[in-house]
Design a protein around this ligand. Structure first.
Ligand code: IPM
Ligand code: MG
Length: 370
């Protein structure tokens, strides 16, 4: 079996420390399960800017396009806040998404039983919650033109961004949502602002057209994005798969993350189209950011990073049983009461990043032996 290739991009803030821990998890698979990975590391974000004057070099971009999967931890921090948009750490991430054509961003929000009380919502509202947000990732207002800040003759300034979607962009991400729904609860809720935005109206019409043509077996509903934000906290269990655009998906997925207790728990997968060999470009990253306030102190929750790697095992390498080992180990360790600061609860044991990782690794041995 040829080696599976991985590019690790630790990035900024807590990125390097959670990446260090997931590397131990990757090594575990090689040592204990005989699954070999060819691993490269690169820079992205502020650290790349500091080293090379750009948040992503062409060489790193080329490596990302060449490997089976990219694992990215987090980018950004106050140090780089005053740079122009093209130099900011986020620009590195956006370039990866765009050039790898990662149009479908899967953000699962699953509530572990052990963390039901860590959510700010009532336990009954979130217990057993398992939803999937499918966010369009390469279009919309993030990339639309014209964009920019211009000076006006009257001395004022104007900021412009453009929300734009073409039929094929809507169809390909909606298709991912429908396919996913068929393997889950068979329900898709599509969300936009078709009441005020033409791009939203087109989104709705095209989702309906695709549904009619190919996915009539899946239950489809529509919800305006503001109402979806409200329903996500009122009654999140009504949802199975939510499909939405880049900007609304950014917002709704942060909101959904808090249903689970902490944004430190949420993984994501960003996927491109499947090629003739059945392969698809993919990048896996936690939903959380670089958390500069706690960086370098061994306080961060490594679980979102671990679960992101579990998604890589599933989506890029088709190693379902291996992914189960990692996910089950995470759940078991949470059941023993260990908590990083972000999910700390009265009566639980507060542990560092590395102790959480040690415990999950030990548990993986047990789960694999069972
Ligand atoms: C996310 C982040 C990014 C986004 C930032 C870092 C550019 O918030 O992945 O949700 O807005 O997409
Ligand atoms: Mg976001």
């Amino acid at each position: 079996m040829s080696k599976r290739s991985l590019l690790l991009l630790p990035g900024d803030g807590i990125g390097p420390e959670v990446m260090r821990q997931v590397r131990r998890v990757i090594d575990w698979y090689t040592r204990k399960r005989g699954i070999e990975f060819a691993i490269e590391e690169g820079l992205v974000g502020g650290c790349s800017y500091d080293a090379h004057g750009t948040p992503l070099t062409d060489e790193t971009m080329a490596r990302a396009l060449a490997v089976d999967a990219v694992l990215l931890a987090a980018v950004g921090g106050p140090k780089w806040d005053n740079l122009g948009f093209d130099k900011r750490p986020e620009a590195g991430l956006l370039r990866l998404r765009k050039e790898m054509e990662l149009f479908a961003n899967l953000r699962p929000a699953k509530v572990f039983d052990a963390l039901v009380d860590a959510s700010t919502l009532k336990p009954d509202v979130v217990r057993g919650l398992d939803i999937m947000i499918v966010r369009e990732l390469t279009g919309g207002v993030y990339f639309g033109t014209p964009r920019g800040i211009t000076d006006l003759p009257n001395g004022e300034r104007r900021g412009v961004n453009t929300q734009v979607y073409d039929t094929h962009e809507i169809h390909r991400v909606a298709r991912v949502a429908f396919e996913l729904a068929r393997k889950r609860g068979n329900k898709v809720c599509s969300s936009e602002k078709g009441n005020v935005m033409e791009s939203g109206l087109l989104w709705r019409q095209e989702v309906i057209a695709l549904h009619k043509a190919e996915y009539q077996d899946v239950e489809l509903s529509h919800m305006l994005a503001d109402a979806a934000a409200m329903q996500l906290v009122r009654n999140p269990k009504q949802f199975d798969v939510i499909v939405t655009d880049n900007l609304f998906g950014d917002i709704l997925s942060d909101e959904a993350s808090m249903l689970t207790g902490s944004i430190g728990m949420l993984p994501s997968a960003s996927l491109g189209a499947t090629d003739a060999n059945g392969k698809r470009k993919a990048l896996y990253e936690p939903v959380h950011g670089s958390a500069p306030d706690i960086a370098g102190r061994d306080l961060a929750n490594p679980i979102a990073m671990f679960l992101s790697f579990a998604m890589a095992l599933r989506w890029s390498f088709d190693l379902q049983a291996e992914a189960d080992i990692l996910e089950n180990a995470v759940e078991n360790v949470l059941n023993t009461g260990l908590r990083t600061g972000d999910i700390m609860q009265p009566g639980m044991a507060k542990v560092s990043t590395s102790v959480m990782a040690d415990s999950i690794l030990r548990e993986m041995d047990k789960v694999a032996a069972a």
